[in-house]
Write a protein of this length. Structure first.
Ligand SMILES: Cc1cc2nc3c(=O)[nH]c(=O)nc-3n(C[C@H](O)[C@H](O)[C@H](O)COP(=O)(O)O)c2cc1C
Length: 317
């Protein structure tokens, strides 16, 4: 298995490249009878789209999801649910030079080294565009777990660089364009991001994720942490996950590295292994940790759906 599938009983396989015709996923294991429609998934995708005009992405994609299978008369049938998002804003010309040079710290080198061939356009399969498919699948998992079990989950930016951003208020988090749970800190955060943007540099972040688990799942053991940890570590740019658990509650802190493409000249190699200098151009996001928040939530929902199905299958609840 090449790491494109997550989960055992609630299982998602994603496909597609940044500059191919489409990205998408197949969700298997969703119980039958769940009310599912396009707006439900679309709302989740909206949360993943850049919330700050001009600041956070090189392209503008409408991310319109199409449900191709597994839903009949507005309800899941228990069969594979295929979700498709067509790529529309694809500018091939931007990436011609990256055909020859690898972005340091970016996963595209690994793909090329491993397979001897890769779609380099916009990072190809290693592009975080793939995370839209995970967010779409996560919306299905979330809907089931909220409806059926009343499980609740939320994530926010707890730290950017050296700025500590403790949780203050859920309503402020819901309104925040940067997933910060304290409106009084927004300006400070924006000033820090602006400084990194102006310097052509990037900065890491720590995301905090809180899961509330009602009975019969209120005493999650290590198996839950194992499932969640694998899912969260599978998100682009995530480098570490830390957990804490208390009855009915699970907390995770997720470390996200600084954006690898920076506007500063960096030493790299070409496909022949010769040293070279590379400087990424164009608009870029100084902190991918911000946009990672809805992706991490989606992966947590998917991991929880899988865990719940596995607990049920083993007769533990
Ligand atoms: C939401 C999100 C957006 C990202 N956007 C970019 C980006 O614009 N430029 C970039 O170089 N990396 C970006 N990344 C990071 C890369 O996808 C990833 O870190 C890189 O391919 C190296 O992967 P690895 O550190 O997980 O091995 C983004 C990551 C996430 C989660």
């Amino acid at each position: 298995m090449a790491g494109n599938s997550f989960g055992t009983l609630f299982r998602v396989t994603s496909f597609g490249e940044s500059h191919g015709p489409a990205i998408g996923c197949v969700v298997e294991g969703c119980p039958p009878g769940l009310a599912i429609d396009t707006p439900l998934i679309q709302a989740a995708l909206e949360r993943r789209r850049p919330r700050l005009a001009g600041a956070l992405s090189q392209r503008s994609e409408p991310d319109q999801v199409e449900i191709l299978s597994g839903v009949f008369d507005g309800r899941s049938t228990g069969q594979p649910i295929a979700l498709l998002i067509r790529n529309q804003d694809v500018r091939l010309i931007d990436y011609s030079r990256l055909d020859r040079l690898f972005r340091p710290g970016h996963a595209e080198y690994t793909y090329w080294h491993k397979y001897g061939i890769n779609d380099h356009r916009g990072g190809g399969r290693a592009s975080a565009r793939e995370t839209a498919a995970r967010v779409a699948a996560g919306a299905v998992a979330r809907h089931w777990l909220e409806q059926r079990y009343g499980i609740a989950l939320s994530a926010w930016v707890a730290c950017i660089g050296e700025l500590q951003l403790p949780f203050r208020d859920a309503a402020e988090l819901a309104r925040s364009p940067r997933f910060v749970a304290d409106a009084s800190r927004e300006e400070e955060v924006e000033a820090m991001l602006a400084r990194h943007r102006a310097d052509g540099d990037s900065v890491g972040a720590r995301i905090e994720l809180l899961v509330r688990l009602p009975e019969p799942f209120d005493r999650p053991g290590d198996a839950w942490l194992d499932t969640l940890g694998r899912a969260l570590m599978g998100v682009n740019a995530v480098k570490a996950v830390e957990f804490d658990e208390a009855p009915g509650e699970l907390r995770a802190w997720i470390a996200v590295k600084p954006t690898p493409s920076v506007h500063l000249p960096r030493r790299t190699i070409d496909k022949a292994g010769r040293p070279a200098l590379l400087m990424t151009r164009g608009k870029r996001d100084p902190c991918v940790g911000i946009r990672a928040v809805p992706v991490l939530e989606a992966m947590a929902w998917l991991a929880l759906a899988d865990r719940v199905l596995r607990e049920r299958a083993s007769g533990a609840c």
